[in-house]
Design a protein around this ligand. Structure first.
Ligand SMILES: [Zn+2]
Ligand SMILES: [Zn+2]
Ligand SMILES: [Zn+2]
Length: 151
């Protein structure tokens, strides 16, 4: 069993963020989730398990952590913002299930090709890119299974 708490301390130190019980609580609860969660859902879970915390604080901490690339923002087609903790450090993308909220890593990246295109045809310079693949995971896309996009 990995010592998650120690990892989280290292994560916060790496971002030059002060180690506070609230930051640790948000990080801990989010890292235990296997699916993407909304800030409101996360807030509920943090409140249940740890001392009082306001929703604005949860938003702020989520912002800090996503700026440091510790957690990923998940932009759902329903326009709700969700968050997901992925331990993988190497550059990759996420395939998200719109039905069960599973997140899977996609290691393939087409950035080099796009960069060539931008450089060649548009004479521009690429600094970063965002790519999220939305769909239904293997268990949700089994033929005949009823699936619906979570609202
Ligand atoms: Zn699914
Ligand atoms: Zn990932
Ligand atoms: Zn990429």
């Amino acid at each position: 069993m990995k010592n998650m708490r120690k990892d989280h301390l290292t994560v916060l130190k790496g971002l030059n963020l002060k180690i506070t019980p609230r930051r640790l609580a948000v990080l801990k609860v989010l890292s235990e989730e296997t699916m993407y969660v909304s800030p409101e859902e996360l807030w509920g879970k943090v409140k249940d398990r740890f001392a009082s915390i306001g929703l604005p604080t949860v938003y702020r901490i989520l912002d800090e952590l996503s700026e440091g690339n510790v957690i990923s923002k998940i932009i759902h087609p329903n326009r709700q913002l969700y968050y997901f903790y992925c331990g993988k450090i190497e550059h990759h993308h996420h395939f998200i299930c719109l039905s069960c909220r599973r997140v899977e890593d996609v290691d393939l990246c087409v950035a080099a090709e796009i960069e060539r295109e931008v450089k060649g045809n548009l004479k521009g310079k690429v600094l970063s890119h965002i790519l999220q693949i939305n769909g239904f995971c293997s268990s949700c896309s089994i033929a005949g299974k009823k699936r619906k996009v979570k609202k």
